[in-house]
Write a protein of this length. Structure first.
Lengths: 191, 625
């Protein structure tokens, strides 16, 4: 049995940590053996933040070998393509929130930005299922992670983990107004 | 898990998904640890987050962030001499700071027991080197236990505490970055808090505690004797484990996270080697290793970073006249980087090319993705500072960086801070650069937490030996890079509100006569003051202050009625000069394909510090979003 490997990526400040923790606990609620590891420290200051999760039997290290992720979850367009390039299996799945946090090289005109077509083309070449998520009427950018979570649930991207497991995980980690606000968004996007 | 504090305080056994750093705190509680000290540094600050989650009234031990790692080690040592089981934790290079005290510990009878928890950083994820701190253990005759996972962090700390208390000697618990930060479900035991006996039992008769002249030799002899006893312990220890694949030809000796990488990699192997996984990595379990060598034709030593174990095992094999083929590091690359599954796969392929199946085809040419280095946050006072200071510096100025968020000034577009060494080194390095140098100005940078940590001696030296450089003290009121821990000038310690020790008063007390002070958002004033300071013919300090805006914004967001604010670019006024995006470089500004500049609403915090940099005055006043 090979474990199911999830590679989460985004920019420091986007809420990768919370999304990762919800997925990890949802996996646990689904009865899976779970492991994970996040980036901490200086890299979080506007740099790339990565989290890896491994579900099921046969995972020893919390780290995932290059090209061994079954699912890449990205909260930003450039990081979506980077995740596909470095982590994702051929034939795997990419889900990403299509917002842009312009990297330094682009702002200094040293590199062109990544566009949606490049991602789509790369995915087609490598038989990758591509799911683009974007909610134009979302007020609070800090909740983009929950929108992505809902779409992970809606498309049943993680084997054995169902919507109730995600909700139970959210209930573990949040309370009060924050919980009800996030749950409401999750339910609405799931429908 | 609703609240980490409630979880950690459970008295009955339970299981929970935790980080290695969190598992450590429960192990401290179950072991009866009474005094813990630390200095923040990745990968260890989350240990303090877990400690802070336990309300102080019910926290079963004392904790403080000390001013540096050496002080923290001395706090823990002192407490242990009173009979308290103590612990100190810090990052890899923190041991260099603590070394003067650390190397002495095993010369002492530490009656309460003392565990030194070190967060080594193979892969240099957030450190200036990859130093392998097992070298310090050898130098100081200190036993080392090395866990591979959060569950082992928990059980190995308990073993380290027990060993330390029994032997009255220090024990080093060596964690690495992805052991500290790994998460898994850990099964914890019961915690039965006992009313502590707080009698201060220090007694010089437990010593000697004065290692001078002839006293050094018996103390050193005792340290070596204790180490020999721990070698016998290591041979019996269940912390060393054997993975039996019934392979008389090939075996691997390894430890820590590389063991887990190896287990992942070997899933595809045809004839899996036997594995001896060491938990006690110093002193080595001699008998077990000898048996392992004798029962295999070839043995690979899979060792992250340096060849510390390799030298010892080869020496052992030589002494024992064993004819096992022992394969250590093959080339320089084997010394470099974290032993991730990818790295271990490469090392195994380089050792036994037939063991693993050929790698599947490499991915086709991947389209380029622009680099995304870490950078200063929107609104960061350091950005305003670098933008303003750069204008004051003559072209050939030598700029010296120090450790902290402001280190990031070395990157484009600022490129200020061209040399970086370690905590607090900037002033003295800058002083050295000023000797026999009358043609180039020297400017050093230093953060406020680092000022108290290791910055003071360099400053005293600059005053005392009259080095006429300029130090810019980047004061943001916190230890920002490691997660906003308080320091001596913050007005709080870990536990209480306290009287601030203002950096300016310290500087005055140290005899600095040329001191300037300005908020970094006042850019033209800052430029002016730096010019003045550069013209002083004595050591001068510019305090360039602004509170950490990441911390400030997080605090604001938590307040009821918080209203996000942001600036905008008035497209009718903007002349496409691009000072904001190219020179000031706030990540909020977006360069559009048609050369317009817009504002990323998700990033702007509405601080407005950018408005003064626009020559066209096109950036609008911050308004509610």
């Amino acid at each position: 049995m090979k474990p199911f490997n999830i590679y989460l990526t985004g920019v420091g400040g986007q809420g990768i940590g919370l999304l990762s923790e919800i997925l990890l606990r949802a996996g646990d609620h689904a009865g899976l053996i779970v492991k994970g590891v996040d980036t901490h420290g200086l890299a979080q200051r506007g740099g790339i933040v990565v989290s890896r999760l491994r579900f099921g039997q046969g995972a020893y290290s919390p780290l995932i070998a290059a090209g061994e992720a079954d699912l890449v979850v990205a909260l930003e367009r450039h990081e979506a393509l980077r995740g596909v390039n470095t982590a994702l299996k051929d034939g795997g799945t990419l889900i990403y929130y299509d917002t842009v946090w312009q990297p330094l090289e682009v702002r200094l005109k040293k590199a062109p930005p990544v566009d949606g077509q490049t991602i789509a083309l790369t995915c087609r070449k490598r038989r990758i299922r591509e799911i683009r998520v974007y909610k134009p009427d979302l007020k609070d950018a800090q909740m983009q992670n929950i929108v992505v979570l809902a779409h992970i649930g809606r498309h049943e991207l993680i084997p054995a983990v169902s919507r109730d497991h995600y909700k139970a995980a959210m209930d573990d980690l949040m309370s009060g107004a924050m919980l009800s606000k996030n749950l409401a968004l999750f339910e609405a996007e799931l429908a | 898990m609703k609240k980490m504090g409630d979880m950690l305080l459970k008295q009955d056994p339970f299981s929970e998904i935790v980080m290695g750093n969190t598992a450590l705190v429960r192990a401290m509680m179950e072991s009866g640890t009474r005094v813990v000290a630390a200095y923040p540094g990745s990968p260890t600050p989350e240990i303090a987050d877990a400690i802070g989650a336990i309300p102080r009234g019910v926290r079963p031990f004392y904790f403080e962030f000390s001013t540096n790692e050496k002080v923290a080690t001395e706090i823990a040592f002192g407490a242990a001499l009173n009979g308290r089981l103590s612990t100190v934790f810090f990052k890899s290079v923190g041991l260099n700071v603590a070394a003067d005290t650390f190397v002495q510990l095993n010369h002492m009878n530490i009656i309460g027991g003392m565990v030194v928890v070190i967060g080594d950083d193979p892969g240099a994820n957030s450190s200036q080197n990859e130093q392998d701190n097992r070298h310090y253990a050898h130098m100081s005759y200190t036993p080392v236990l090395e866990p591979a996972s959060p569950a082992e962090v928990y059980s190995f700390y308990k073993a380290a505490a027990e060993l330390s208390r029994k032997m009255q000697m220090p024990v080093l618990l060596r964690l690495t970055t992805h052991v500290c930060h790994a998460k898994e479900k850990v099964r914890f035991g019961a915690w039965r808090p006992q009313p502590p006996d707080d009698t201060p039992v220090f007694n010089s008769a437990n010593g000697p505690y004065i290692p001078l002249t002839a006293e050094v030799f018996p103390m050193k002899r005792r340290a070596l004797q204790r180490l020999a006893e721990v070698e016998a312990y290591a041979d019996q220890s269940p912390l060393n484990t054997f993975v039996d694949h019934h392979n008389p030809d090939r075996g691997i000796i390894t430890m820590g996270l590389p063991f887990l990488s190896l287990m992942d990699v070997l899933q595809d192997a045809e004839n899996k080697p036997d594995i001896l996984k060491l938990g006690v990595v110093y002193p080595l379990p001699r008998e077990r290793i000898r048996e392992f060598l004798k029962s295999h034709r070839e043995v690979k030593l899979l060792e992250e970073l340096d060849n510390v174990m390799e030298k010892e095992v080869k020496l052992m094999a030589f002494d024992e006249k064993l004819d096992t083929a022992i394969i250590g590091k093959k080339d320089l690359e084997d010394w470099i980087g974290e032993y991730t599954p990818d790295k271990v796969s490469a090392v195994i392929r380089g050792t036994w090319p037939d063991m693993l199946p050929p790698k599947s085809g490499t991915a086709p040419d991947s389209p380029h993705v622009p680099m995304r280095p870490a950078q200063m946050c929107p609104g960061c006072g350091h950005r305003s500072a670098f933008h303003a200071i750069k204008k004051a510096l003559p072209e050939n100025t030598i700029t010296v960086a120090d450790i902290g968020c402001h280190t990031l000034g070395f990157m484009p577009p600022y490129q200020v801070g061209e040399i970086l060494m370690c905590m607090g080194a900037s002033t003295a390095m800058g002083s050295g650069l000023s000797i026999f140098n009358t043609s180039r100005k020297v400017v050093a940078f230093l953060g406020d937490s680092t000022f108290f940590h290791a910055g003071l001696p360099g400053i005293v030296n600059a005053v005392f030996n009259n080095h006429p450089i300029t130090l810019i003290l980047m004061e943001n009121g916190t230890t920002a890079m490691t997660g906003h821990q308080d320091h001596a000038a913050s007005g709080r310690n870990f536990n209480d509100a306290v009287e601030r020790i203002p950096v300016r008063r310290v500087l005055e007390g140290l005899g600095v006569t040329h001191i300037y002070e300005v908020d970094t958002y006042q850019q033209s004033r800052l430029t002016e003051l730096v010019k003045q300071a550069l013209n002083d013919d004595a050591f001068s300090v510019v305090i360039a202050k602004h509170p950490c805006m990441l911390k400030f914004t997080r605090e604001q967001r938590r307040k009821p009625g918080y209203q996000a604010r942001r600036v905008d670019v008035d497209q009718d006024v903007c002349r496409r000069i691009h000072e904001c995006v190219e020179k000031f470089g706030c990540p909020t500004f977006v360069l559009e394909a048609d050369n317009r500049v817009s504002v990323n609403p998700d990033l702007c915090i509405g601080d407005g510090s950018c408005r003064q940099v626009c020559p066209a005055e096109a950036i609008t006043a911050p308004e509610s979003a």
